[in-house]
Design a protein around this ligand. Structure first.
Ligand SMILES: NC(=O)C1=CN([C@@H]2O[C@H](COP(=O)(O)OP(=O)(O)OC[C@H]3O[C@@H](n4cnc5c(N)ncnc54)[C@H](OP(=O)(O)O)[C@@H]3O)[C@@H](O)[C@H]2O)C=CC1
Ligand SMILES: N[C@@H](CC=O)C(=O)O
Ligand code: NA
Length: 370
């Protein structure tokens, strides 16, 4: 099958989507980009020839090319209809965090359209959707890869799937799973401080500007992003976690700001008012300092006890977790084979380029395996 033309639809051209398109434009034997969408606009290669393709490197100017059709937002059903009529196998790359698109993955897969995505929503919502996704992939003979949903481009899911597939017994997974929260605490409460200490709210703004946060940064600060990642890991390790609300999650959102709406106006008001609560985070930092430690946001899955934990913990200053830099994640897999020395994956856990790397590498796997 590898020599046949494969057709590609890409939805989302934000931090990750833009970096992905750059990487796609440099791939030898790249699939033919026939659909490219953002929230308000869709570019399509003309039917019925599905040619010429949209130029991945120059997509921003392609909308004015007479050969490209433009349209408003398409529904998932319309995207499925367009992609499944292409004259070859097709793949959807979802670079959004849209839950509606995510819940339509089973329909894409049943129609034979493979999915590659860093969007956590489909894999960390109801357990039924998780099961439907993999059953639909089998029914449609389609593939689904989502490495960048945990640890961005770091080989976290492929490592865990390999451990499970080769018969190892994973007993515990623990570490730092958020690039944003890693950056926030490494910057706000470093092991050795030099110069004046940063305000929590200023560091949150920096993390957003650097492209580490979710489109709504409150999804990082409320612990839900980490809870979603642990839900995905727990399910791959064999636990039937019903949803990311099935276990307690420690939120870093000040109570006074918790009821702001989940809209772009809500994000703006949250970011504007966050500085009023800098003192709360400073207190957490000082409490750890008094104990000669630093505070970090961590998570764990205990497979034997069927227990998932997400929240703040104090760590000795000479520990691996305390010494992380930048947006680094660290993920330790404790297994029967590896004994008391865990298999550890560490490196940047957020940012457009490193996340897109995981998406592009998944796409390459799909192209090889379709
Ligand atoms: N940033 C990171 O470090 C990481 C991100 N991820 C995941 O990658 C995904 C993308 O993140 P990121 O690039 O940072 O987010 P951005 O907010 O930068 O970009 C999101 C993109 O999705 C588009 N979009 C949103 N909803 C829709 C919709 N319904 N239909 C069409 N397009 C839509 C937006 O359109 P418009 O341009 O019109 O606003 C935008 O282009 C998220 O799921 C995130 O969780 C995973 C790992 C790391
Ligand atoms: N917002 C997330 C992005 C990657 O999943 C994070 O900070 O880890
Ligand atoms: Na990953």
């Amino acid at each position: 099958m590898a020599s046949q033309q494969i057709y590609l639809g890409v939805i989302g051209v934000g931090g990750v989507g833009t970096a992905f398109l750059q990487q796609l434009s440099k791939l030898p034997n790249a699939p033919s980009l026939i659909l490219l969408a953002r929230s308000s606009q869709t570019l399509l290669a003309p039917t019925p020839s599905y040619s010429p393709a949209i130029p991945a490197a120059d997509w921003a100017t392609a909308s004015s090319a007479p050969s490209i059709t433009t349209s408003g937002t398409l529904s998932p059903a319309e995207v499925i209809s367009y992609l499944s009529s292409a004259p070859g196998r097709s793949v959807l790359v979802d670079n959004t965090s849209d839950p509606k698109l995510a819940s339509a993955y089973p329909d894409f897969l049943k129609a034979g359209i493979s999915i590659v995505t860093p969007n956590k929503k489909a894999f960390s919502s109801d357990l039924l959707l998780w099961k439907d996704i993999f059953a639909s992939a089998a029914a449609g003979k389609a593939l689904v890869y989502h490495e960048s949903t945990v640890g961005a481009g770091l080989p976290v899911l492929s490592t865990l799937r390999d451990l499970v597939a080769t018969g190892d017994e994973v007993t515990r997974i623990e570490g730092v799973f958020s690039g944003t929260l890693s950056f926030l605490f490494n910057t706000f409460a470093p092991v050795s401080a030099s110069g004046p200490s940063a305000n929590w709210s200023d560091v949150v703004s920096q993390a957003k500007e650097l492209g580490y946060t979710e489109p709504d940064p409150r999804d990082d600060l409320n612990g839900m992003d980490v809870a979603r990642k642990l839900t995905i890991l727990a399910r791959i390790a064999g636990l039937e976690v019903e949803s990311p609300d099935s276990f307690p999650i420690e939120s870093l959102i000040p109570a006074e700001l918790a009821s702001l709406p989940a809209t772009s106006e809500g994000v703006t008001e949250f970011m504007t008012r966050l500085h009023e609560f800098d003192g709360q985070m400073a207190t957490l930092k000082e409490e750890a300092e008094k104990a000669g430690k630093v505070v970090r946001y961590v998570g764990s899955v205990d497979v034997g006890k069927k227990e998932v934990k997400v929240g703040l913990q104090q760590f000795p200053k000479d520990s691996a977790i305390a010494g992380l830099k930048g947006s680094d994640n660290i993920i330790s897999f404790y297994t029967k084979r590896y004994g008391s020395n865990p298999l550890i994956v560490q490196g940047a856990g957020a940012g457009g380029d490193v996340t897109a790397m995981g998406v592009t590498a998944d796409l390459i796997k799909v192209l090889e395996r379709l």
